[in-house]
Design a protein around this ligand. Sequence first.
Ligand code: SAM
Ligand code: SF4
Ligand code: SF4
Length: 338
Amino acid sequence: MSNLQDQLHRPLRDLRISVTDRCNFRCQYCMPEELFGPDFAFLPSEKILSFEEIERLVKIFVSLGVKKVRITGGEPLLRRDLPNLIERIHRIDGVEDIALTTNGTLLKKYANDLAKAGLSRVSVSLDSLNEERFFEMNGHRGKVKTVLEGIEKAAEAGLHVKINMVVQKGVNEQDLVSMAKYFKDKKHILRFIEYMDVGNSNGWKMDDVVSKKEMIEQIHQVFPLKQVEPNYQGEVAKRFQYQNEQGEIGIISSVTESFCSSCSRARISAEGKLYTCLFATDGTDLRELLRTGEDDASIIKCISDVWENRTDRYSDERNEQTMEKRKKTKIEMSHIGG
Ligand code: SAM
Ligand code: SF4
Ligand code: SF4
């Protein structure tokens, strides 16, 4: 086992791979229609890592300590033949867990193939059960009904399903309780995510954040909750169980209670850049190394150097100065996938 550590003694354990920068939604907080319109220049296919290239990188990352791989996007299910990539990753010795983050619109179609290919878990993003509000939030693209059908299909296929809801003040906070009720009854774990200042497109303001404390208060009034221990050290979501019924929720409080000290995640964009933080401004071009014939040893050396020099702790340090410094230069969420 590699004992690679960054400057804050954090190991490298998780790898998030974005397989496309395209999406069939235009969520206001991620790819607003005004900026990602019909003329937007998405990456041409030759600039995107091939499955062979991703497979090679995963093997290299595993040799450096990675155990969990998450596939994301853009919308990852838009990438042709995705189950084939899952199968390739599943065959790699040392990969203990493969997860997928998706908006769920194509899950009904692919759930069985993904499960057969070796996917373990799926996180489905859903911000409201109200068709009108959801339609508004996703840029007039998708229906709640389609996503719910995808969720059920994934569960039937044997995938472990979690639902992620980003909560924005004045936009969908009124849906917290109805979401909690629906997924409690369906026995799926729902995780509420504090709205973050990722990317440069969403005009984020602290006032738009519904804090973990506010979320708990709202739900607790209707369904009393009790906090429980994390499942494992460094678990990102804080866990809460219902006091009077079966089931639990999670809260990802990246803004009001950051967790950089346990962050062991590296991210690779669809074009093959390595980022060591969700709020990074620069990445390291791994595609260039892959395509100029570098051997594994030199790619391992490059990634190790990057990780050993890593000092990122943006959320711990978030304040007006750090936000001003990175204004307009952060990588977009649709490039590295959350
Ligand atoms: N398209 C897929 C999806 O929506 O699940 C995968 C990529 S998407 C960028 C990954 C996750 O990031 C989604 O759950 C989305 O809601 C979340 N996300 C995007 N922008 C965000 C923001 N500003 N704050 C918090 N979460 C955000
Ligand atoms: Fe697409 Fe996901 Fe971003 Fe929404 S959050 S625009 S579904 S990439
Ligand atoms: Fe990790 Fe960066 Fe998020 Fe901190 S801000 S938890 S270092 S991705």
